[in-house]
Ligand binder design. Structure first.
Ligand SMILES: NC(=O)c1ccc[n+]([C@@H]2O[C@H](COP(=O)([O-])OP(=O)(O)OC[C@H]3O[C@@H](n4cnc5c(N)ncnc54)[C@H](O)[C@@H]3O)[C@@H](O)[C@H]2O)c1
Ligand SMILES: O=P(O)(O)OC[C@H](O)CO
Length: 333
């Protein structure tokens, strides 16, 4: 039976704790940065800041001490904001148990380096074969409500991915194993940026034709980046690509979608982020995705446009005009 340590007690870390518990884990320990969150999970079996309506079972506990969280764990899960991963690993990476699979739930690209989260983890000294990525159309509130969903469990070592898949399978959470870590991570990171664009379209008052066009052309950008980085195109046609893109772009539960709507309604990033909110990875990763694309000669006009709106150099209205008046081209190019 699994003894899991989850680093990051936000929406997804907490919902994933419930998945592991429902899949039969013996113990799930959440590491929370704030002692108050750890106390509430431990004593009240709730995480009011992130999943207020969810009662966590007795198997789920929490601590603010990373050493205590990691002690005796045979499965490690990382669920902190992507841009904080390196700092976090610098702080407590040394406590992670040797040999345990390390699961990344994060969907972002590191600013400045263009690294995927698995690359950050491997660079910290963890063997690549231990690293597994769980990604797909998995909005935390729906998973926490035990609504059926499928997911991708990707690892370069299939046996490790399969072990993780077995540890998370429940009647409402269906994992599919994969060995294409690059495609799985790119799908998860780029869809957040496209969801910002789709949200902007909604905020501007546009309808489903506009959103569908952005989703489809966003997928074309993701596929081009994937091809340049060696991803399997089939991965991006699966749950980690199309699946997550649809869920994130269309759902009012998506934080990226919601930030996009606010931008489309004319609010600035500074105004939106001034209100305490949960992580919308696309706000930071839009720039790193564009830089990664540029480094590999990949044209990503929607991501570039989103990045320009986020940095305040273009308005969503102007971006619409710019995207619609680009030179005509063949659909496959
Ligand atoms: N929420 C979802 O539906 C969902 C689903 C799949 C994947 N993800 C991905 O999971 C990752 C985590 O997202 P989330 O939804 O749990 O975010 P969240 O904003 O709900 O929670 C983030 C957690 O990290 C903590 N945190 C913030 N800054 C930190 C720092 N510098 N160091 C350590 N901890 C810090 C917060 O206090 C919080 O506990 C993201 O990469 C996200 O894209 C989220
Ligand atoms: O709320 P978002 O926009 O971070 O999206 C959550 C998940 O990644 C959806 O699969």
């Amino acid at each position: 039976m699994t003894r899991a340590a989850i680093f990051g007690a936000g929406s997804w870390g907490t919902a994933f704790a419930q998945v592991l518990a429902d899949a039969g884990a013996e113990r799930v320990t959440l590491w929370a940065r704030r002692p108050e969150v750890a106390r509430q999970v431990r004593e009240e079996h709730r995480n009011p800041d992130y999943l207020p309506d969810v009662e966590l079972g007795p198997v789920v506990t929490a601590t603010a001490d990373p050493r205590e969280a990691a002690e005796g764990a045979d499965l490690v899960v990382l669920a902190v904001p992507s841009q904080s991963l390196q700092d976090n690993l610098d702080g407590w990476g040394g406590h992670l148990p040797a040999g345990a699979p390390v699961v990344s739930l994060m969907k972002g690209i590191e600013l400045g380096t263009g690294r995927r989260m698995s690359e950050v983890i491997v660079a910290s000294g963890i063997d690549e074969r231990r690293v597994v990525v769980v990604t797909g159309p998995n909005l935390s509130r729906e998973i926490a409500a035990r609504q059926p969903a499928a997911s991708v469990v990707a690892g370069t070592d299939h046996a490790t991915a399969d072990r993780v898949a077995a540890a998370v399978m429940t009647p409402y959470f269906r994992p599919y194993t994969q060995t294409d870590v690059v495609g799985a991570e790119l799908g998860g990171a780029v869809k957040n940026v496209i969801a910002l664009a789709v949200g902007m379209a909604e905020g501007l008052g546009y309808g489903d034709n506009t959103k569908s066009s952005l989703i489809t052309r966003g997928l074309a950008e993701t596929a081009r980046l994937g091809q340049a980085l060696g991803a399997d195109p089939a991965t991006l046609m699966g749950l980690a690509g199309v699946g997550d893109l649809i869920a994130t772009c269309m759902s009012p539960l998506s934080r990226n979608h919601r930030v996009g709507v606010a931008l489309g309604q004319g609010r600035t990033v500074a105004e939106i982020l001034a209100v305490p909110h949960q992580t919308a990875e696309g706000v930071k990763s839009c720039r790193s995705v564009v830089e990664l694309g540029a480094r590999h000669g990949v044209e990503m006009p929607i991501c570039q446009g989103v990045s320009a709106v986020v940095d305040g150099s273009v308005t969503p209205e102007r971006l619409t005009g710019e995207l619609m008046t680009r030179a005509r081209k063949h659909e496959r190019h």
